[in-house]
Ligand binder design. Structure first.
Ligand SMILES: [Zn+2]
Length: 338
C-alpha cells in the first residue's frame, strides 16, 4: 500500500547527504540581504536564481546555481543563520539526525578564516538542536579543482575539529573533469589520520569512479548511480559494505538518470547494497526529504518495516559518534508508526 505524505512525514528519518549552500531558503537569503543591504530581485526571479530547472543540461549546469547564493554566505552571521534554518527545515521532515556538508574554502571570499567558517556553522547547528531537537554533525567538502594544498587543509581542519562536530570529509564539484583517482594521496592522508569520508562518485555515469572511490577508502558514495548494471562494481560495493547516498530529484535534474523509472534504487536494494534517501540540496533541487521519500514510495512502494530498517542502516553508516549512534538507533527502534 502506498503511504500518505503525512505518514511519510511522521517517520523519524536520518539524512546523510545535504549541502548547506544548496539548502538556503529564500526567506533566509532575504534576511541576509537585509542585514548586508543587498538588493534582491522579485520573489519569482529569486526562486529562478536559487532553484535548478527540472532539466539541467548537465551536473556542471546544476552546480552553476550555487554561484548565486555563495556571495551571501560570507559572514559568520549568514553562515550561522543558514545552518540554523537548515535544522528548522530538517525538523519539518521529522529528521532526527542530519550530516550537513559544506566546503569551508568557499566561504572565505570576505576573509573569514576557516576556523570562523566552521565555528559559525557549528553554532547555527547547535542553536538549531536546542530549538528543534534535531541532532547534526558536519562534513567538510574538499573541492574538485581546488589545489591539493587547499584540500589538504580541509583534512587538517577535519582532524582538529574531530571532537567538535566534524565527523568526516567529502569530495564535491565537477566529477567529469576531476575523477576521484586524482585525489589518491589526499585520501591516503585521510585514511592515515582515521578521517571517515564519502565521495561524490558515479553522478556522471562512471562506474569506474565508484570503484576507485571505494578503493581509496570511502565508506559511503554520494549518488553512485553510475554503477547501475555493472555487476563487478556493485559486487565490490557490497563486499565493502558501502552505503550509497541516493538523491532522486537531484539525479533527474543533473541527468545522472534519464528518467525516474531508471533510478536504480530497487536494483541496489535487491543487490544487497545499503542505500539512504537524501535531498542533496533542498533549495537548488526544490525538495524536502519527505517529498523524496514520497517519490521513492510512489515508484517502488516502501514497506514500513523496510523504512525502519533503512533508517537504522543509515545510522550505522553515518559518521556520528558511537554513543550518538546508540541513542539515535533507540529513537528509530521505538517509533510506533513502524
Ligand atoms: Zn551532493
Amino acid at each position: 500500500m502506498k503511504k500518505s505524505m503525512d505518514m511519510l512525514k511522521e517517520c523519524p528519518k536520518v539524512e546523510l547527504h545535504c549541502h548547506l549552500d544548496g539548502s538556503v531558503s529564500p526567506d533566509v537569503l532575504k534576511q541576509i540581504a537585509g542585514v548586508e543591504n543587498i538588493e534582491l530581485p522579485s520573489d519569482e526571479l529569486l526562486i529562478k536564481q536559487m532553484q535548478a530547472p527540472e532539466n539541467c543540461s548537465s551536473l556542471a549546469y546544476y552546480l552553476h546555481c550555487f554561484e548565486f547564493v555563495l556571495p551571501f554566505l560570507q559572514t559568520e552571521h549568514a553562515l550561522e543563520l543558514a545552518a540554523y534554518d537548515l535544522i528548522r527545515q530538517a525538523s519539518e521532515d521529522h529528521i532526527i539526525y542530519i550530516e550537513v556538508r559544506f566546503a569551508p574554502m568557499l566561504h572565505t571570499q570576505k576573509n573569514l578564516t576557516l576556523d570562523q567558517v566552521i565555528q559559525a556553522v557549528s553554532k547555527g547547528l547547535q542553536r538549531g538542536k536546542k530549538d528543534f531537537l534535531v541532532e547534526s554533525n558536519m562534513i567538510l567538502c574538499m573541492m574538485r579543482g581546488s589545489s591539493d594544498e587547499e584540500n589538504k587543509k580541509i583534512i587538517d581542519y577535519a582532524i582538529s575539529y574531530r571532537d567538535h562536530g566534524v565527523v568526516g570529509i567529502d569530495l564535491a564539484g565537477n566529477e567529469a573533469e576531476f575523477p576521484p583517482i586524482l585525489y589518491k594521496e589526499l585520501f591516503a592522508y585521510a585514511v592515515e589520520n582515521q578521517i571517515s569520508f564519502t565521495i561524490h562518485a558515479g553522478e556522471c555515469g562512471s562506474a569506474q569512479h565508484v570503484f576507485d572511490s571505494i578503493s581509496l577508502g570511502a565508506t559511503r558514495i554520494g549518488h553512485g548511480v553510475g554503477m547501475k548494471n555493472d555487476i563487478e562494481v556493485m559486487n565490490y560495493a557490497k563486499k565493502h559494505h558501502i552505503l550509497v547516498e541516493m538523491c532522486p530529484t537531484s539525479n533527474i535534474q543533473t541527468k545522472a538518470v534519464g528518467a525516474f523509472s531508471e533510478f536504480p534504487f530497487i536494483e541496489f536494494v535487491n543487490y544487497g547494497i545499503a542505500v539512504s534517501i537524501n535531498t542533496d540540496n533542498r533549495t537548488v533541487s526544490g525538495t524536502t526529504l519527505t517529498e523524496e521519500y514520497h517519490m521513492i514510495d510512489s515508484e517502488f512502494e516502501l514497506t514500513l518495516p523496510y523504512l525502519k530498517q533503512f533508517n537504522l542502516q543509515a545510522i550505522s553508516a553515518s559518521f556520528a559518534y558511537p554513543e550518538q549512534k546508540e541513542r539515535l538507533k533507540k529513537i528509530i527502534e521505538s517509533f510506533k508508526v513502524y
